[in-house]
Design a protein around this ligand. Sequence first.
Ligand code: NAP
Length: 490
Amino acid sequence: MPAECNVRPSAAIVGAGFGGVGMAIRLKQAGFDDLTIYERGESVGGVWRANTYPGAACDVPSHMYSFSFARGDRWTRRYAPQEEILDYLERITDGFGLRPHLRLGTEISEASFDEATGRWTVVTEAGDSNEVDLLITACGQLTTPAIPAVEGIEDFTGPTFHSATWDHGLDLDGLDVAVVGTGASAIQFVPAIAERTRSLTIYQRSAPWIVPKWDRGYPAWERRLFQRVPARVGISRLGLFSMFEAFTYAFTGSDWMMPPFRKTADRFRERELADRALRRKATPDYDIGCKRVLFSSDWYSTLARPDVELIDEPIARVTAAGIIGADGVERLADAIIYGTGFRSHDFVAPMEVRGIAGRSLNEEWARKPEAHLGTGVSGFPNMFVLYGPNTNHGSGSVLYTLESQFNQVVDAAERLRESRLRYLQVRPDAQARFAAEIERRSADTVWVNGGCVNWYLNEEGQNTNNWPGPWLEYRRRTRRLDPADYEFVA
Ligand code: NAP
């Protein structure tokens, strides 16, 4: 254990998903031991604890989906299922001694900064409070389920739930089930439940771009190889990173790279869907990459089943017994499952965060969330937002973002320790310059001009969620805090 334990700064980390767990490990490794990780759930895991729907798995290859400082080496498949990822998080929580720092079942309702002391007070739902030097939010971008505001939604008398709050008590065998949405979650759970339901009616507002998921199990010898020769995993990571980086270039202006991606998806659809009418319904009418490109080798074959119907129009109304589509036809259902995504612009909400002079982060972010390099916010000193605005990937692994941001936070913690500063905060001009840069660079991306509605843009069409550039650049710019961008207050 490092010599300097329990030294300033102390930190409160809100959330025990990949962000919170990884951040705590990196801070401990840097000698900061006065850490409290608040988690409203009853265990660590974040989205991987919440999303337990049938078929839940990562659509980023497993070798890319563990921290570089805590490599996962027990994956049984190329694309790890949810239970294995959750198990990885539990194991690193134990392995790095995080248990004593965890406050499970504890939701932080508010956090406020005191300029005189340079400290944050965090308050739990139960009314307990704690004072710390650093506030680190690790709340994720895909935490709060979004249920569409459709007329009659309360009228349905059968069981109904969102993919992120799956009702495992409901036996779907032999039921007529309606599914709303065809995003990353639905394309995983629909094939997994189609074998069991009597019929499935899928409501699709817009068709996703799908490429085959070249998944496979790892035989025992290969798993042993990964465990004994870490360099083999390292080579894999490098290859995958380069591939994802190529996709990123394609999505952010180098659209001459798009045709091969599009051709792969088109050919796959043509091969899988013989029925022309169904193929037409399943063909996207916007540019590839505008919404997340989905990996699935069983989505199209599921759509082609005789007991599955794809309705390619939005839902008009929910009734007591089913759903009325835009065509005015009511289709009956025993259960409705919403695979309708998340409130991706909420970031830290519903937690109330108050900075200098009581400024409310949620109010300032209501129109357009902005953070310098996606982590620091002017007026909110000694606070870092993990996986904040403009740090999501159009393609790639969010763990790369998080590790980049950990570097910034550790640097900030070291500066607070070494210089005995009261606080540090992003300069407003640095934040404004960064916001302008994001806006300028986003104009060239497929997310903004690809002809779709996606969860990366706000209502005004501004990119609030994705990083519009290469990830190597993001890593370089977040390696340390740039002193020119920060104000240091003694
Ligand atoms: P999503 O991709 O946002 O998909 C939501 C779906 O619901 C879309 O098809 C959307 O239609 C539809 N929808 C939303 N509101 C609707 C309404 N009012 N009426 C009809 N349809 C409506 O959500 P998700 O599938 O939960 O995935 C969210 C994100 O989670 C993904 O993009 C990905 O980043 C992450 N995820 C990752 C994995 C993984 O393996 N790593 C797995 C699952 C999810 P439109 O397309 O027309 O908007």
